[in-house]
Ligand binder design. Structure first.
Ligand code: G4P
Length: 525
């Protein structure tokens, strides 16, 4: 690939994640997108892999149960001269730090909201990470074929709860049984839901924003109501502003129904028009690596152990930031300075993995790994050293006490913990008073996987006692007095020896703050 080809290839890439609360419709919309991309031939292909409740048994079970989140970690397809790359953000039972880290590897995000429920907790958490990164966020309000909340109410909630300006690209005409379609401000048309007029699905609008000519919809009161609401939104709402979209300060909002594939294509077309191509990436020194840079660089944002239960292999997921990846190329692993040949690589499709020969910025490749890589590692070709910014640590919310079942097997216990913690599978803490080990995670699955891998890979059976949800807050060592700790705020230290409190609940945190007003507590995020 010459320089021009490289630039063109990068310009085509649109790499994003879909963020949502479970059941908002992420899987359904993903599937519709894959249908447009010609990756799956019928709806239900991805869905079929998603199964019910997560049960702990063995690793293969975990793999099976996790279905889509493993086999479809990364999905890519070509559409409208763009290379679309969707990174899955595991929700449900497999919500974990990986879900957060995935958001470090995308250039934009699509937020799916259930029109009956509005903004839910998981959406909010994931949104905050996108906001921190300042990436563009596009909103799809789903399930308009069902009765939900008023559109004005939903768009206002985006601004009030998430603190992001909202610009409605289109507006629903009714909902539930009375759902007629969307008033598409952006394309200056009305898109009819299940058109009864033999396939006529778009109505043009005139210069006043009214349907051109005669149409029965014009007689309906809901039509008048929508025109009034649009006027209201025009007057009081945000203006369309590409610069703000780019910075993640304003979210374009689309309405639709993923299940009936209504409004999804309209969304995708507009999304691809405004979503950014791969951006420059920040190094630890504060410089930037441009995606069109000749030299290859990338970073590991996720490590998946035992993707294939028949082999004890791991796959390191690498987001490419610059240059061109060629299978078999030599790169430097920044952390160790070692040279590594990248000969065993894959790219991911909805239901298969393919060997990848070349890839550019924005692409995600999977490297088979025998233990060389850690989460956050930078790899690069060329002589100039590259070290990308550290991935943030995400504050765990769930905690367990952990110990070896067999006290005689401390060595394998410590080795296992050390490696799995390094890999980023869980976070490790130690109680100040007793020295007991405590594990912290964002989601329950992380513990289950930890326990399974300890037994299988390190021959160490572990006992875990749930401590439940806690609020982790770090305190500056010079402010710490061990007497501040009580049963409601357990004092522990993290792997680097930094002290933090695990508060029972918000009440106990507030109580602490009242008692020690001069003490500054911080969360990682
Ligand atoms: P998730 O990945 O965000 O968890 O959500 P998913 O797509 O699995 O959708 C959750 C449920 O909501 C599914 O129903 C799905 O069919 C439904 N759904 C998604 N989009 C729409 C929509 O636009 N309209 C309506 N009415 N429903 C929608 P389920 O009963 O839980 O699953 P299933 O039995 O349909 O598989």
């Amino acid at each position: 690939m010459d320089q021009k080809q490289l630039e063109q290839a990068v310009e085509k890439r649109r790499t994003f994640a879909i963020i949502s609360h479970p059941d908002a419709g992420k899987t359904t919309i993903t599937e519709q997108l894959l249908l447009f991309g010609g990756v799956v031939r019928s709806a239900g292909t991805v869905k079929a892999k998603k199964t019910g409740n997560f049960a702990k048994s063995d690793w293969m079970e975990i793999e099976k149960k996790r279905g889509i989140s493993v086999t479809s970690s990364v999905m890519q397809f070509d559409y409208d001269d763009k290379r679309v790359v969707i990174l899955d953000t595991p929700g449900h039972e497999d919500f974990s730090e990986d879900t957060y880290r995935t958001l470090m590897a995308v250039d934009s995000a699509v937020m799916v909201i259930d029109s009956a429920k509005g903004i839910e907790p998981q959406t909010k958490k994931l949104f905050q990470i996108c906001k921190m990164r300042g990436i563009p966020i596009f909103t799809f309000i789903n399930k308009l074929d069902r009765d939900g909340r008023e559109p004005l109410d939903l768009t206002a909630e985006l601004e009030e709860v998430l603190g992001i300006e909202a610009y409605a690209m289109n507006w629903p005409i009714g909902m539930g049984k009375g759902f007629k379609g969307i008033y598409d401000r952006f394309n200056n048309r009305i898109e009819l839901y299940r058109s009864e007029n033999e396939g006529e699905s778009f109505l043009e609008l005139d210069e006043n924003g009214e349907i051109k000519g005669n149409h029965p919809l014009k007689q309906e009161s809901i039509y008048r109501q929508v025109l009034e609401e649009i006027e209201l939104v025009k007057g009081a709402g945000s203006e369309f502003d590409e610069e703000k979209i780019e910075k993640g300060e304003l979210t374009p909002v689309f309405f639709g129904s993923a299940l009936t594939n209504f409004g999804v294509k309209t969304f995708l077309d507009a999304y691809l028009q405004f979503a950014p191509a791969p951006a420059k990436h920040r190094t630890e020194e504060g410089n930037f690596v441009e995606p069109e840079d000749e030299e290859f660089s990338g970073f590991v944002f996720k490590i998946q152990a035992n993707m294939n239960p028949n082999h004890r292999d791991r796959i390191a997921f690498v987001r490419i930031c610059s240059g061109e990846f060629d299978r078999g190329m030599d790169v430097t692993l920044q952390r160790t300075g070692k040279k590594i040949r990248l000969s065993n690589s894959t790219q991911f499709m909805a239901d298969s993995r393919e060997v990848v020969e070349t890839a550019v910025a924005g692409d995600i490749i999977g490297l088979y790994d025998t233990g060389n890589f850690q989460i956050g590692d930078t790899i690069y070709s060329g002589k100039k050293k590259v070290k990308f910014e550290k991935l943030p640590q995400f504050t765990p919310e769930l905690f367990v006490h952990v110990r070896a079942k067999n006290v005689m097997k401390q060595k394998s216990f410590h080795k296992g913990i050390e490696q799995l913690v390094q890999e980023g599978a869980v976070q490790l803490y130690q109680s100040y008073s007793t020295g007991d080990y405590i594990l912290g995670a964002v989601g329950q699955l992380q513990f289950e996987v930890f326990q399974f891998r300890m037994a299988n890979e390190y021959n160490s059976e572990v006992v875990m006692e749930p401590m439940g949800k806690k609020i982790a807050r770090w305190i500056a060592p010079e402010q710490l007095d061990e007497k501040m700790s009580s049963s409601r705020n357990l004092l522990v230290k993290d792997r680097q020896g930094n002290p933090l409190f695990l508060f029972e609940n918000e009440f106990s945190e507030r109580w602490f703050k009242d008692k020690y007003p001069d003490v500054e507590l911080t969360s990682k995020l």
